[in-house]
Ligand binder design. Structure first.
Ligand code: AGP
Length: 623
């Protein structure tokens, strides 16, 4: 979480820092701030809340400095206040630090510094680093040497950006099991925790290695390991990206991204299911030259046939995609699949061996818990496969096999189009593995591919029902608690529907396996509680309908996501979100769309911050 940026060159630093922070605002929006060095003096400007508050402050103050660092915060240690906002400074106000991650031993370090007479103004772990560094700088005035002594005392995974009056013509960056990218321009240099915020300005980038320090000047960069040894690496030339944040006429990014789903599905399908023979092929050219060669499923056919177990790790929406993946892989490949919430793998023994395929799903590719689980899988000797929207992410670097969702940047914090793309990738992967292992017939594979290719059109039809869905959705806006149920392939859809409604509207919602309702959750039902049921034709239709009837018998407000022409549903349900029928196995891609729209309409009606819901961040880089 949190985003770090830096600039030094001959232009005014503040506008550059601000535009880079805009790219990183998805990483947190509790507060934002910059520290610039103006005529040799440190000047720190920060504001609680959205980046626009900092923008207003900078417009008023108009700092003319050409060196500075900036930060956008997602609160971990200490609430979102001015005192806790970054950058943090030392007692004399001569150096400033921005920080991403957690300094795990900060309590001990803080106690030690307090004993030495340091006074703390914030509740953050970052301020510990500021005072500790200051303490070390005072010894000999050498900032780089002081950073080396400081990092040797700190534990945890973190990234830092540092400016100091002692070295006013440079920025220091520290990367310890995090992610930081330096960009090198014509007599100007950039720093950011996401390369997208560097590529706005230059196509020459250098990703910092684990446990590496960069001393950045306008005309170049020096790299040091934590033991002080200097190393050199040539920057990589990448495609400069015109990172565009544009709602293109939509009221919110979320609505735009929901509407982009047909395009995303088409793009992903055409990338991985192209060619006259319509074979699934993941080994395709990268669209990011700097990571060329990393894409694809590199396992040999023999290795694929050797797999006797699949494990999937992910968080949040990506976890729900993983659950659909489990059902689909088990169905088509006949291999047992376990799905784990990645944070639940921490502190536990992740079982696996060289016959295990360990799949990590992460839109950002930077989710700390997911990355930690991948490292466990690597140490088990398992095959690893990442599914991510960010080919330049940590996940992409860690995993042997990589499938990239073709979504473009997802700006809204709530995931929608990336979920659709993750599902498509799971379908394609399951078919790919099943064909290699001979667990489905060529005819079944063909039938599924035809079905997959029809999905973008089906989702388009659903999106055409927006107005109808809006009317039905607003009937639910007064609810305090909402229950989502589904079975089989659509149990994960129920979980995802509940997550979307919660995070967007702040209405309490829970998703359950429909058959599990009667084992306890049914106690919460009364006439005020909507029960949203995913009811599509297939193996579990009758049973799901029975579970819905049990809810109806408790006077719940019955809402169906059901297919056109279902004549049975009206006997049980009061409200309807009709969808075109598709094969049950493929239906999760379709059934989730009315839920996304429902959550959006309710949240917008209630006046919630749709694109940046409270307390959330798009990329969760702390454990
Ligand atoms: C989804 O709407 C979320 N905001 C969240 O659950 C997200 O899916 C989760 O944090 C995982 O992120 P990742 O896909 O980047 O790993």
């Amino acid at each position: 979480m949190c985003g770090i940026v830096g600039y030094l060159g001959s232009n005014h630093a503040a506008p550059v820092l601000l535009s880079k922070l805009r790219v990183l605002e998805y990483r947190g929006y509790d507060s934002a701030g910059v520290a610039v060095i103006e005529s040799g003096r440190l000047n720190v400007l920060k504001a609680v809340g959205k980046l626009s508050n900092l923008e207003t402050l900078l417009q008023k103050e108009r700092p003319s400095a050409t060196v500075g660092i900036g930060h956008t915060r997602w609160a971990t240690h200490g609430s979102p206040t001015d005192e806790n906002a970054h950058p943090h400074i030392n007692a004399s106000g001569t150096l400033a630090i921005v920080h991403n991650g957690i300094i795990e031993n900060y309590s001990e370090l803080k106690a030690d510094l307090i004993a030495k007479g340091y006074v703390f103004r914030s509740d953050t772990d970052t301020e510990v680093a500021a005072h500790l560094l200051s303490h070390e700088v005072e010894k000999d005035g050498d900032v780089l040497a002081a950073i080396l002594r400081t990092v040797s005392q700190m534990s945890g995974a973190y990234a830092l950006g540092i400016v100091s009056q002692n070295s006013p013509d440079r920025i220091y960056a520290v990367n310890h099991h995090y992610s930081l990218t330096v960009g090198l321009g014509e007599n100007e240099s950039f720093l950011a925790s996401d390369s997208a915020a560097v590529r706005q300005y230059t196509n020459k980038i250098l990703r910092l290695a684990q446990s590496e320090i960069a001393e950045i000047r306008a005309d170049g960069v020096r790299l040091f390991s934590f033991d002080g040894a200097e190393s050199s690496r040539e920057p990589v030339a990448v495609e400069a990206s015109a990172y565009k944040i544009d709602k293109e006429g939509y009221k919110h990014f979320l609505l735009k991204e929901i509407n982009e789903q047909p395009l995303v599905l088409r793009q992903t399908l055409s990338k991985y299911l192209s060619g006259a023979d319509k074979q699934v092929n993941f080994n395709v050219d990268s669209f990011s030259p700097d990571i060329e060669g990393m894409y694809g499923v590199k396992m040999t056919d023999e290795e694929i046939r050797s797999i006797d177990r699949v494990q999937i790790v992910a968080c949040g929406t990506a976890y729900h995609a993983g659950m659909v993946g489990k059902y689909v892989i088990e169905e088509l490949c006949g291999i047992p699949v376990e799905v784990d919430i990645a944070s639940e793998v921490r502190g536990r023994k992740l079982l696996g061996n060289e016959r295990t395929l360990s799949i990590a799903v992460s839109q950002s590719g930077e989710t700390a818990d997911t990355l930690a689980a991948v490292k466990d899988a690597i140490s088990n000797g398992s095959f690893t496969l990442g599914i991510t929207n960010r080919p330049d992410s940590h996940l992409a670097q860690l995993t042997q096999n990589l499938i990239v969702t073709e979504c473009g940047i997802e700006v809204s914090v709530a995931a929608t189009k990336t979920y659709a793309a993750q599902l498509i990738c799971f379908y394609l992967l399951a078919i790919y593995l099943a064909e290699k292992r001979g667990s489905i017939t060529p005819e079944r594979a063909r039938q599924l591919k035809v079905g997959l290719n029809q999905l973008p059109g089906v989702v388009e039809q659903i999106l055409g029902r927006e107005e109808e869905y809006r009317r039905e959705s607003l009937k639910l806006a007064d609810a305090q608690d909402v229950v989502f149920i589904g079975r089989g392939f659509n149990y994960p859809t129920a979980l995802e529907g509940a997550l979307k409604l919660k995070e967007l509207s702040y209405i309490h919602a829970s998703g359950y396996a429909a058959g599990e309702l009667k084992h306890g959750p049914i106690a919460v039902l009364d006439s005020s509680v909507p029960v949203i049921t995913v009811l599509v034709p297939g193996k579990v239709y009758e049973k799901t309908l029975s579970n819905a009837q049990e809810s109806r018998a408790r006077n719940a407000r019955m809402v169906a996501i059901c297919v056109d022409g279902d004549e049975t549903a009206p006997k049980t349900f009061d409200y309807f979100f009709r969808i075109p029928a598709v094969e049950e196995l493929l239906s999760p891609i379709v059934t989730v769309v009315p839920m996304q729209l429902m959550s959006y309409f309710v949240a917008d009606y209630l006046g919630k911050d749709v694109d940046q819901p409270r307390n959330l961040a798009k990329s969760v880089t702390v454990e």
